[in-house]
Structure formats: structure tokens, C-alpha cells
Design a protein around this ligand. Sequence first.
Ligand code: 0GY
Length: 291
Amino acid sequence: MMDADWLVFHPDPKKPDFKLPAGAVDAHCHVFGPEAAFPFAPERKYTPCDAGKGKLFELRDFLGFDRNVIVQATCHGTDNRAMLDACRAAQGRARGVASVGAEVTDRALQEMHAAGVRGVRFNFVKRLVDDTPREVFLDIAGRIEALGWHVVVYFEAQDLEELAPFLGQLPTTVVVDHMGRPDVSKPVDDPQFQRFLRLLDENENIWSKVTCPERLSRQGPPFDDVVPHASAVVERFPDRVLWGTDWPHPNMKSHMPDDGALVDFIPRIARTPEQQRKLLVDNPMRLYWAP
Ligand code: 0GY
């Protein structure tokens, strides 16, 4: 049973006015269950609605995306079966980002690679996961480096100062979820957001997802307050940004976004056709579909 206050994904999104470029990748989305086939993890911090691969692929086609990157959601812990099943079913049109523990075997990593996994996610958001020792993460990073994978990190803006030395130690490409969750009620030149921009300035292997205006906005749709931050990142690091819907939008409390309206947000943060092509096609293809 999903949590009593769980908000279910939008049942009937609008057709986007923004026409996505050919080959566009939704580079941050999840699958939840279905629970009957893929039970949620005992250690999870929330119980979502079912949101299986069929619905995800329907949305991909409806919005005009060509491909997905399916990120393991914390409600499935380190049991990656639902994500792997979705990647396999997509027949080359999805890649995955897994969550693994220290106990993962090389054979399991190789099987994940064959299914389409190209990264692992390290989560530092305290409401979502229990703490993992940094040595465990560093050990995993060293092992997945050999496979050519990268690391996705999710943290809150106030934790960046403490995390920065650890992030600097990671040997792979590192992708930060949702711009490190800035407080968008503060301006772009606020020290906290400047710290995030500096992290990317000083580490050429660090990328950012310019995702989740619905999560970061204090004002709600059409998310005007997120435009300055997201467009600043796209303008400064056009070759190191990714975009995704974040469907089915876990833990949204204020409202459930219309996924078509989220696509219409893209040209407000990536204003030129060149920026849009890099954000939606070139960058995700380089990171996830390199031969
Ligand atoms: C997101 C954001 C959230 C959740 C998860 O794996 C997850 O449970 O990523 C969140 O609650 O902020 O990226 O989907």
C-alpha cells in the first residue's frame, strides 16, 4: 500500500509545445515496482504507487523522447531488479544507474552492464537513505571505474561544503542530481550556489542534471524562480549538463507536475538550439551510449 499522502504521477499530461530534438534522452526517471513483481525494499523510507516500465515507455513516446536513463530509486534499495527489467525490455533504448552495496560481486556488475547499467548512485539525502561509510563508496567507485561507469550523487546544498573533498576523490565522471538542490529563493550569486558552480569549475569531471524545477521551486508552476539557476548552469557548462523528467516524481508534496509542462520548461533554461541539442542528445549519448 502506498503512503497515505503519496501523490500519484499526472494521469493525463499535456502534449509539449516544445518539440524535442530527434534522439532526445530523458536522463533522469525511475520505475517503481510494480510491487507484485518487484517488491519494495524493507529498509525504504517511503512506499510509492506502482509506476512500471510500461507507463514509463508510454510517457517517453507521448512526450517525444527517444530514450531513458532509469535511475534506481531508494524505495528499491540495492535490489535493482525492477530497473534492470525495464532496461532489458527497452531493447537498447534505456540505460540504468544502479544502487549497489559493498557486497556486490564482479559477476553481478557485469550482468548489470550487459543489461545497460552505466553508473551507480551514491545518495546523501538523509530523509531517503541510511548513512553509507565513505570508504564503501570509494571502494565501489574504484570497482565500477574499470567498467567505464560513472557515479551519480544526490545531496542537499547545505551538505556540499562537507562533501566536496569526497567528491574530489572520485575517479570517474560524477553527475550531481538536481543542481545539488539549491535554495532558489536566494539569487544565483548567493554563496551557496556559487559554491556549487565553483565545484564544477574546479572539477572538469563533475556534471550536473538541470532537473526538478517542480521540486526546487518555492513558487510552483511555471517555476520562474528556478530559471536563473538552471540557465546559469547550462550557459556555463553546456557540455556537462543532463535533463530528465524525474517521472514518477517521488515524494512530491506540494503538487504533481504535468510532464508535458516540464518539457516546455526546457527552452527557458537551454535557450539556443545548440544548448538544447547538447543537453538532450549529445551529452547523454556520450555518457550512456558511448561504444
Ligand atoms: C529524485 C528525488 C527523490 C527521490 C529519489 O531515489 C529516490 O527515492 O531519488 C526525492 O525524494 O527527492 O531524484 O527522484
